[in-house]
Ligand binder design. Structure first.
Ligand code: HEC
Length: 171
């Protein structure tokens, strides 16, 4: 038992030094234009997802559900988020692919986050990614309308898709 414990502790210490050495010797490749290995993207996604799940309380969208909210959110999305996250019915964003991790193509794949989580991510951003905090650029109402839009982005009715392209919101 004693030998097992000694071996275990020695192994843990050696492993820790190897990891620290790898990092401190500058062996980590920090270029954003190297292809992200699937395990790294998956791992980063898990870290962010777990943190968002833990931090965000169950938030309910205070805006009335309906086309008007979706269209208002869609117009904001098309104005500011589309460059990285892609537009409905259009090819994926090439600019979004230049980030590490690449910006998720929301218009193509949707998202696994809830509306409240989308609101929170848009407001606070995600550290060390291209996802900037938008809380100082948009009111909570605007962020909620974008959250409503994004949470339904892969199954929007044609009238909403047409509405977001119009210059002004119909009253
Ligand atoms: C400059 C590029 C860029 C812009 C502009 C941008 N994002 Fe992002 N966004 C990212 C990146 C990169 C990620 C991935 C972060 C990660 O994997 O942890 C991301 C992730 C997200 C996610 C999480 C989606 C998921 O399923 O993982 C949401 C929600 C989101 N962005 C909303 C928005 C909204 C709303 C806007 C516009 C107000 C916006 N983003 C603008 C780059 C951008």
């Amino acid at each position: 038992m004693k030998r097992f414990v000694t071996g275990f502790v020695t192994g843990a210490v050696v492993l820790t030094f190897c990891v620290l050495g790898y990092v401190r010797l500058g062996l980590v490749d920090v270029r954003a234009d190297t292809p992200a290995p699937a395990w790294a993207t998956g791992w980063m996604y898990s870290v962010v997802h777990a943190s968002v799940r833990r931090t965000v309380p169950p938030l309910k969208n205070p805006l009335p559900p309906g086309d008007e909210t979706l269209i208002a959110g869609g117009k904001l999305y098309l104005n500011d988020c589309v460059g990285c996250h892609g537009a409905p019915g259009k090819p994926p964003s090439e600019f979004g692919a230049t980030f590490y991790p690449p910006a998720p193509q929301l218009a193509r794949s949707g998202t696994r986050y809830s509306e409240g989580e989308i609101f929170w991510i848009a407001k606070h951003g995600i550290q060390r990614t291209g996802m900037a905090a938008q809380g100082s650029s948009y009111s909570d109402q605007e962020l909620w309308s974008m959250a409503a839009f994004i949470s339904r982005i892969s199954k929007l009715p044609p009238r909403v898709l047409a509405g977001i392209e119009e210059k002004t919101v119909k009253k």
